[in-house]
Design a protein around this ligand. Structure first.
Ligand SMILES: [Zn+2]
Length: 291
């Protein structure tokens, strides 16, 4: 066998892993894109899918895996928030009810006016030509049903609860499966990483409330929007950091300092180097207004 070439060794992949985390829940993780996740919960008669990964090709594979494993059809697709890495695979779910928070639908409508144009996808294909055929399959599909604050889907003795948080971004939501004590936290949680806290439409106070609510639930396993599956103690760690961060921001504001002077408390490393500079600016502006 010849030596593998560099090209082969670094070949881009849409491959992802699937973990069976409880009897009724599975989680897909696409490591090559900030370990973004998607999930599936099997109730007695149908499956609820949570987010789609990035490419319809990935969504198709995940859906087929879930339907074959559980021997059930998918009936619902829940979109945690409007960022593409969580719903670009929606084209595979046109035959099921796609739902999200009302605020997510609102954000998606706005984004459809401003972006998600063919030229945006063409630019993406130019940047990542190896993924062009997968990018071509992406369709933006607006959820057909929304909920304002919460929604519950029941099936016999099983139920899944969905809650709006609005933390990481407007519309951000999470799902809770009490029967197996699993929480799907959406992008309010990027495990063992610095939080993605710079989206201008995000709401840090809503984020704190969401973490407090998540910690009030009876949970064994937490599936983040990005990263590894963790125990709920990690939410407490992230909550403590957000609180410290808030106080550091308030201190800088009250002392008349600028956003560059915020003393960022020690925490995990960010996954991208833009995160902390953007967070400084965002949090400074946010807490200057809501204080
Ligand atoms: Zn994300």
């Amino acid at each position: 066998m010849s030596e593998p070439t560099c090209e082969i060794m670094t070949a881009p992949t849409i491959d992802f892993t699937i973990d069976e985390i409880t009897l009724r829940t599975i989680v897909a993780t696409y490591e090559d894109y900030f370990s973004v996740t998607a999930g599936a919960i099997a109730l007695d008669d149908f499956i609820i899918v949570i987010d789609t990964l990035i490419y319809p090709r990935q969504a198709k594979k995940f859906r087929e895996h879930a339907e074959a494993k559980f021997g059930l059809p998918v009936k619902y697709l829940f979109i945690t928030h409007f960022h593409g890495d969580h719903h670009y695979g929606s084209a595979i779910f046109k035959d099921v009810e796609i739902f999200s928070s009302d605020a997510t639908i609102e954000r998606m409508k706005r984004k459809m006016k401003e972006g998600w144009k063919q030229e945006d996808f063409d630019r993406w294909k130019e940047e990542d030509p190896e993924f062009a055929e997968y990018i071509d399959e992406i369709e933006i599909i607006l959820p057909s049903a929304g909920f304002e604050i919460e929604r519950t889907i029941s099936n016999n003795d099983l139920q899944v609860e969905f809650y709006h948080s609005g933390g990481h971004c407007a519309g951000e939501s999470y799902a809770y499966f009490p029967n197996e004590k699993v929480l799907f936290a959406g992008d309010d949680l990027a495990t063992r990483q610095w939080p993605y806290i710079s989206e201008p439409c995000g709401d840090p106070e809503g984020w704190l409330r969401a973490f407090e609510h998540m910690l009030s639930l009876d949970v064994n396993l937490v599936v983040p929007g990005h990263g590894a599956i963790v125990e709920p103690e990690h939410i407490k760690e992230q909550l403590d950091h957000l609180r410290e961060l808030k106080h550091a921001v308030l201190r800088a504001i009250s002392e008349g300092k600028g956003s560059d002077d915020i003393e960022i408390p020690e925490f995990y490393e960010p996954a991208a180097d833009w995160q902390i500079p953007r967070a400084r600016e965002f949090l400074y502006n946010y807490y200057s207004k809501v204080r």
